[in-house]
Design a protein around this ligand. Structure first.
Ligand code: PGA
Length: 253
C-alpha cells in the first residue's frame, strides 16, 4: 500500500495572530472547496502563542498543528520554556525537534535533543526529528558519517515501539533557506542510506515504515519531483509554506 505523503510547514518565527488565522482559514476553505489533500498528511507548525487557536480552527479538518519546540523537563523553574503536558493540554501532539536553527542559535546539543525526544515520546507526542550535514561536511564527503552519528546519538536510543512515533526530516543545512535544493540524486542516496541503517538497527518492518522527509528550499516548482522520489515520504517546508498560493500548489501534488 502506498504511504500517505507528509507535508509539514515550518513557519519558524513568522506570522502574528491575524496572519496565522487568516492563512489557516483560507487554506482550509481552499482545500475543502477543491476536495484535495485526502491522500496526504498535512501539518502546519505556527508559533507557540497561536497553537491553541490554530488547533481550534483546524478541528474536524485533515490539517494537523505542530509545535516547533518542546522542553525536556515535565515542569519547574525553567523560565520561558514549554512542556509536553502544556502542549497536550491544548491538543497538540506533534513537535519538531532538532531543527538546525535550534542547534545553531540555541546551542541544542544531541544530549538535550535526546532528552526532548524521550519526553515527547513519553507523552505520546509525535516527533519530526531533523538531521542534516553542513556544507563543509558535504564538501569533505562526510555527509553519511555525520548523519549516522546524529542518529546514533539520538534516535537510535529509542526502542522499536518509540520509533513508531518518529518522522525523520533530512535537511542538509546548506539547503535550508538558501534557495539551493539538494539534487534528486543527493536526496535519494541519503534517504536510501538512512533507511538502510534503520534496517540494520531495527529490521525490515520498521525501516520500511519509517517516514523520511526531505527539507531545504522546497518550493512549488521543485516539490513534486522531490516528494515523489524514491525513499522520500514527504517534505518539510519553510519559506514557501508562508505563501498561501505556493503552499496550496505544493499540497496538491
Ligand atoms: P526552507 O526551510 O524551506 O526555507 O529551506 C526548511 C526548514 O528549515 O525546515
Amino acid at each position: 500500500m502506498m504511504k500517505k505523503k507528509i507535508i509539514v510547514a515550518n513557519w519558524k518565527m513568522n506570522y502574528d495572530l491575524h496572519e496565522t488565522t487568516f492563512f489557516l482559514r483560507n487554506f482550509l476553505k481552499y482545500i475543502k472547496e477543491k476536495k484535495i489533500c485526502h491522500n496526504k498528511e498535512i501539518i502546519i507548525a505556527p508559533s507557540f502563542p497561536f497553537l491553541h487557536i490554530s488547533n481550534q480552527i483546524s478541528q474536524g479538518t485533515l490539517l494537523k498543528i505542530a509545535a516547533q519546540n518542546i522542553f525536556f523537563k515535565d515542569k519547574g523553574s525553567f523560565t520561558g520554556e514549554i512542556s509536553a503536558s502544556m502542549l497536550k493540554s491544548i491538543g497538540i501532539d506533534i513537535v519538531i525537534i532538532g531543527h538546525s536553527e535550534r542547534r545553531k542559535f540555541f546551542l541544542e546539543d544531541e544530549n538535550s535533543l535526546l532528552k526532548k525526544l524521550k519526553i515527547a515520546i513519553k507523552h505520546k507526542i509525535k516527533v519530526i526529528f531533523c538531521i542534516g550535514e553542513t556544507y563543509e561536511d558535504r564538501n569533505k564527503n562526510n555527509q553519511y558519517s555525520i548523519i549516522e552519528k546524529q542518529l546514533n546519538n539520538t534516535i537510535f536510543h529509542c526502542s522499536p515501539n518509540e520509533i513508531k512515533l518518529i518522522y525523520i526530516a533530512y535537511e542538509p543545512i546548506w539547503a535550508i533557506g538558501t534557495g539551493v535544493t539538494a539534487t534528486i540524486d543527493q536526496i535519494t542516496k541519503m534517504h536510501y542510506f538512512i533507511r538502510n541503517i534503520f534496517y540494520e538497527k531495527y529490521g525490515n518492518t520498521i525501516s520500511s515504515k519509517i517516514s523520511i522527509l526531505y527539507g531545504g528550499s522546497i518550493n512549488h516548482l521543485n516539490a513534486k519531483n522531490i516528494i515523489y522520489s524514491n525513499n522520500v515520504d514527504g517534505g518539510l517546508i519553510g519559506n514557501s509554506s508562508l505563501n498561501l498560493e505556493q503552499f496550496v500548489k505544493i499540497v496538491q501534488y
